[in-house]
Design a binder for this molecule. Structure first.
Ligand SMILES: Nc1ncnc2c1ncn2[C@@H]1O[C@H](COP(=O)(O)OP(=O)(O)O)[C@@H](O)[C@H]1O
Ligand SMILES: [Mg+2]
Length: 390
């Protein structure tokens, strides 16, 4: 999206340029005017799709300029930024049809949400055809939450995908805490309670934003079951999510209920997570039996062995034989990096990007996105190389 920026504040300009460049599709600041008067007196030849107007320095006498600018660019979407919005200016802005006003200093998540709404309204939000990837613990503590959250982050960070993680735990969901210190304002049960409002912008506004292209929908926090959550709600949520995200990663937890079952039915791939130990293998067998009895095709089930250490008594081949399924990927045991990441609520890729567990997540991203040799080199260069695109 091509944007005109109206501001005399070069720091704000740089901040918005950086945030805009990180979006997919990107937001480009193609022209700058230092104030409303200059913007009106020096119109652009090519009409911008978006005008971002910093109104923090606008005096009462200049308020009418906002209407003139809107008339100059009738097809342009406007985003108004202001420190303390003067009443007069706000009224004029609303009359001129401006719907998006953000408070400065800029809150990045609010900025991206506003841009998401603008893109949708302008019919520019291209419809994606997202894939649903579920992670499920064979035994409590196998690492499904750690892997699903950190893998989702890695998909967004390394493969430039737009990613949504949904925490499907019926109770005590904790996925948000693994990658963020923000408290979720909305949860899965809140969305179910307002399902008729469901669209891409509403979904986006309910997320905890970990990065501009990665958000987490927190688990239902509704012990009294005040909200009547129905499996059909899951259909709606996933249908909308597929349109707006490249990947939807599900942290399913151990208890399968009617809601998570509905999500599993629709998943493109299910990743049971287990460790190479007998109790995990026993529970893994039960889980795979359930999947078989549900009629899930074998090629949708992709085992991940977590905390894998070579040379143990049990071998991968033993596990594969016991479960009658192949292992898709192994993640090494990396106690320090994993514990640091979980304790701080920072994705392991961000915190310790050269750790063995971060590398392994990078490999999983490659496997899932099926990038081949020449491209994958680029991916690894970005992961571990010196020239990091930050
Ligand atoms: N590859 C790993 N190496 C070391 N520790 C790990 C690894 N994966 C997960 N852990 C640790 O295991 C703990 C339990 O993981 P978690 O994802 O909460 O399990 P689950 O969601 O399957 O119950 C986490 O606190 C994390 O520190
Ligand atoms: Mg968990």
């Amino acid at each position: 999206m091509k944007a005109l920026m109206v501001s005399a504040d070069s720091l704000l300009h740089a901040e918005i340029a950086a945030q805009g460049a990180a979006r997919m599709p990107g937001l480009q600041l193609v022209a700058t005017r230092t104030g409303l008067r200059e913007a009106v007196e020096r119109p652009l030849d090519e009409l911008p799709e978006l005008a971002i107007v910093d109104a923090s320095e606008v005096t009462a006498g200049e308020a009418e300029l906002i209407e003139r600018l809107c008339k100059l660019y009738p097809a342009t979407s406007f985003l108004l930024l202001t420190r303390e919005p003067p009443q007069e200016l706000l009224i004029r802005a609303m009359r001129a049809g401006i719907r998006e006003v953000l408070q400065l200093p800029l809150v990045h998540s609010a900025f991206h949400e506003a841009l998401g709404r603008i893109e949708l309204a302008a019919g520019r939000g291209q419809l994606r055809n997202g894939k649903v990837l579920a992670f499920i613990s064979c035994k409590g503590g196998s690492g499904a939450t750690f892997l699903s959250t950190n893998f989702a982050y890695a998909l967004a960070a390394l493969a430039d995908k737009k990613v949504l993680l949904i925490d499907l735990h019926g109770q005590f969901g904790d996925a948000t805490l693994y990658v963020s210190d923000q408290k979720p304002a909305m949860t899965l049960s809140d969305i179910c309670a307002q399902i008729s409002r469901m669209d891409g912008a509403f979904l986006e506004s309910c997320l905890v934003h970990v990065a501009s292209n990665f958000g987490v929908l927190a688990a239902a926090d509704d012990p009294q079951h005040a909200v009547d959550m129905k499996p059909e709600h899951m259909d709606t949520i996933l249908r909308v999510a597929r349109q707006h995200y490249d990947y939807i990663v599900l942290d399913v937890g151990r208890q399968i209920d009617a809601i998570s079952l509905r999500a599993l039915d629709q998943a493109d791939a299910i990743h049971p997570v287990l460790q190479l130990a007998l109790p995990d293998i026993r529970d893994g067998r039960r889980l795979l039996d359930i999947f078989r009895s549900l009629g899930y095709a074998a090629d949708r089930i992709r085992l991940i062995v977590n905390r894998y250490e070579k040379g143990g008594k049990l071998r991968l081949a033993d596990l594969e034989q016991a479960l009658g399924a192949d292992v898709m990927h192994t993640v090494p045991n990396d106690y320090l990096s994993a514990t640091d990441s979980v304790n701080q609520g920072i994705p392991v890729l961000q915190l310790s990007r050269s750790s063995t567990v971060a590398r392994s997540l990078g490999e999983l991203v490659e496997l899932v996105t099926a990038r081949r040799a020449p491209e994958s080199k680029g991916l690894f260069d970005r992961l571990f190389g010196r020239h990091e695109a930050e």
